[in-house]
Design a protein around this ligand. Structure first.
Ligand SMILES: C[S@@+](CC[C@H](N)C(=O)[O-])C[C@H]1O[C@@H](n2cnc3c(N)ncnc32)[C@H](O)[C@@H]1O
Length: 255
């Protein structure tokens, strides 16, 4: 299977999640399923207050940490979220950057982008934008972004080295990244073709913890640190190795 075929499969799976979630999120009344996603999302490190301050529709239970809790974003910043899904972290970051700042979510799945745009328009967000695109080629000028956040997405990419290099390129010197992602404690000896479901479940594409830290440093970042770590809740899935959700912070040097 080529990288492009894998990405197409990932898009199909996440398109389905976006479309199915719409059935549970009719506007104007509290959907039962949102309560489930709220509980899962709280378990990943979000406070109830944070979740109640953003649209219910964006809380889909697809993340594996809370990048905003570590992002140190300020008023007027330009922030991008790589793999923004329903927009949960974009809406949270929008509160921090204020009316003169901007938060831009990038996602490869058209249905996710469309869902996030609909939510933003419905609630009248003015400082957010959602763009369709792969995070292997981020369509931003070099040295133009203050912060980059990402939640449970880089593990899905078949070319993580390229993603990290792109993040480094577009970030301003002195800018920070906060990545929440799944990592493995030991190798999962699987064949990608036979394990597409495990890949889209954010497991088969995950790197070994130390390899991830090294890959971030090799992309040029400094002060790479794991600041939070917890067991990944794989539900009823039987996974032969230990999967952790980690939050990693790093800095682009000022030169
Ligand atoms: C597990 S979901 C997480 C969504 C969101 N960050 C959250 O925490 O709710 C992963 C998202 O990444 C997107 N994605 C997967 N591979 C991607 C890629 N190569 N480039 C851009 N987005 C990608 C998917 O479409 C999906 O919306």
């Amino acid at each position: 299977m080529t990288e492009e075929e894998l990405k197409t499969f990932i898009q199909e799976v996440y398109a389905q999640k976006a479309v199915q979630s719409e059935q549970f999120y009719p506007y104007c009344f509290a959907p039962k399923s949102a309560l489930g996603a709220f509980a899962e999302t709280e378990a990943m490190g979000y406070s109830r207050d944070e979740l109640e301050s953003i649209p219910n529709e964006s809380v889909m239970g697809l993340g594996c940490g809370n990048p905003i809790a570590w992002a140190e974003t300020k008023a007027d910043d330009l922030v991008i979220d790589v793999g923004s899904g329903g927009g949960m972290d974009v809406f949270l970051a929008s509160q921090k950057v204020g009316p003169k700042g901007k938060v831009i979510g990038i996602d490869i799945t058209e249905e996710m982008v469309s869902k996030a745009r609909t939510t933003a328009a419905h609630y009248g967000y003015k400082n957010v934008e959602f763009r369709l695109g792969g995070i292997e080629d981020i369509s931003f000028e070099s040295n133009s972004v203050d912060h980059i956040i990402s939640n449970c997405t880089i593990n899905l990419s078949p070319n993580k080295t390229k993603v990290l290099k792109e993040m480094f390129r577009v970030l301003k010197p002195g800018g920070k990244i906060v990545i929440c992602d799944n990592v493995l404690e030991e190798p999962l000896e699987v064949n990608r073709e036979d394990n597409l479901d495990a890949w889209t479940d954010c497991i088969a594409g995950a790197l070994i913890k130390q390899e991830y830290v090294s890959a971030i440093a090799e992309a040029g970042f400094v002060d790479v640190a794991i600041v939070a770590e917890q067991e990944f809740n794989a539900g009823e899935k039987d996974i032969p190795v230990n999967v952790l959700s980690v939050t990693i912070k790093a800095l682009k040097p000022r030169i």
